[in-house]
Design a binder for this molecule. Structure first.
Ligand SMILES: Cc1ncc(COP(=O)(O)O)c(C=O)c1O
Length: 425
């Protein structure tokens, strides 16, 4: 198959009119499909249906005698902390199990840092403005929205396939206004990559000019595998302790995409000093978390093997959707040299890098054909992708047939946009 650059003007015009014809046929189908939402589908939520009957009304006492129906236990039930210790890579005493959203925990950590400062620092971050957080790109738009909302400056750092470009991180962190970095270290949102051992060790050993530099380690996809492979992500808490920076990382995760999205458990793990600091702030905010939901999760998931078995059931439902995206993209785009896409081994997204300067046009074309895509630019701070290149595809929520149809349509729009850009330029 020839690449676009080798086509004669006539051949390019012919291809363009053929693709335009296909596109008009696509539009005439009047589709209404949504590939924007990284949400579990309802059959995935059904997997946790039995959990809703737990803990039942006669068995609400936790292992330490706590009545889960009552106030208290700010750090979370010991059995819930023990259940998630292997997921977080921390001992139960360094874990906080909170309520339903890890994003809310990240928000709170930032607010407490801004208003109060963090252990090892020189007081509130808000008094040291401007402050900066490094943002690996492509990245998670809600991380960027938190920073933007609080007036925290963001510096994009390119992802390399093994995590962020560490040379760039090391260069930027020499500036004392740089207070931290966002990381989605495993099956990253949206590139799907997992940080290499070297990346994690360099982050742990980083010579940050700010003494209170924080790694915001959002391990949202810690157990969300799509294959038999299991990535070996270095334990950031241990690596930082070994490197002499025990207070640097704060690890977040949740069961939003394990049990119920928005009705699961969110948690963090960190050094004892960070946990003490966090609880001191959180104790003013709330008298304690929803421990009935904690018991519900403990009794439903039981142990690490229970979590793994449950995630296998998710994989059986969503694996074919990711395979359908791969098939559709390969069938239409292979050989044209107009796009690259990720083949994630886990997580919730496929990244589609289209021809530079055409991502917004692909979103527009898809939208006019009834397929909603996440806006171009959403994967970058301030919604600005300087290359107008990266799209985030979320295949989990629609039904399999719809995913296939939508992916074929996105591939057509990608090729059409590339051909039209070439013809115009
Ligand atoms: C990287 C990442 N972090 C956090 C979240 C949100 O997690 P939660 O539901 O626990 O707030 C998501 C959801 O898509 C995500 O992709």
């Amino acid at each position: 198959m020839p690449s676009l650059s080798t086509l004669s003007p006539d051949a390019l015009a012919e291809l363009r009119s053929k693709l335009r014809g296909e596109y008009e046929t696509l539009k005439a189908q009047g589709l209404k499909l949504d590939m924007t939402r990284g949400k579990p589908a309802s059959d995935q939520l059904d997997l946790a249906a039995e959990m809703l009957a737990l803990p039942g009304n006669r068995d609400t006492t936790a292992e330490d005698g706590t009545d889960a129906r009552n106030y208290g236990n700010l750090q979370g039930l010991p059995e819930a902390r023990a259940l998630f210790a292997p997921v977080l890579g921390a001992p139960p005493e360094q874990i906080v199990i909170a309520n339903n959203s890890s994003l809310a925990l990240m928000h709170d950590v930032l607010v407490y840092a801004l208003l109060k400062g963090v252990p090892g620092g020189d007081g509130p971050w808000s008094k040291q403005e401007p402050i900066t957080i490094l943002c690996p790109v492509p990245g998670y738009d809600r991380h960027f929205a938190l920073c933007e909302g609080f007036g925290i400056r963001m510096i994009p750092i390119p992802m390399t396939g093994e995590g962020p470009d560490m040379a760039a991180v090391e260069r930027e962190a020499a500036d004392p206004s740089v207070k931290g970095i966002w990381c989605v270290p495993q099956y990253s949102n949206p590139s799907g990559e997992t940080y290499s051992d070297e990346t994690v060790r360099r982050l742990a050993a980083l010579k940050a000019a700010a003494p209170d530099f924080r790694i915001l380690w959002d391990n949202a996809y810690a157990v969300h595998h799509l294959t038999e492979a299991r990535p070996s992500l270095v334990d950031i808490l241990e690596a930082c302790t070994q490197a002499g920076h025990p207070d640097r990382p704060i690890v977040f995760t949740s069961t939003s995409k394990v049990t119920l999205a928005g009705a699961g458990l969110a948690m963090l793990a960190a050094s004892s000093a960070n946990v003490k600091w966090y609880l001191a702030q959180a104790g003013r905010r709330s008298i304690g978390p929803d421990k009935l939901n904690q018991l519900r999760h403990v009794r439903f998931l039981r142990d690490a093997a229970g979590i793994a078995a449950h995630m296998d059931r998710h994989r059986a439902l969503i694996g074919p959707k990711f395979a359908a995206v791969e098939e559709a993209f390969a069938a239409r785009l292979d050989g044209w040299d107009v796009a690259r896409w990720s083949r994630p081994l886990g997580g919730y997204f496929v990244t589609l890098d289209v021809t530079d300067g055409t991502a917004s046009q692909v979103v527009r074309l898809a939208g006019e054909a009834g397929i909603a895509l996440t806006p171009a630019g959403a994967t970058h701070p301030y919604g600005r992708d300087p290359h107008d290149r990266t799209l985030r595809i979320a295949p989990t929520f629609p039904k399999l047939d719809a995913v296939r149809t939508a992916a074929e349509a996105v591939a057509l729009c990608t090729l059409l946009a590339a051909v039209e850009a070439r013809a115009a330029g």
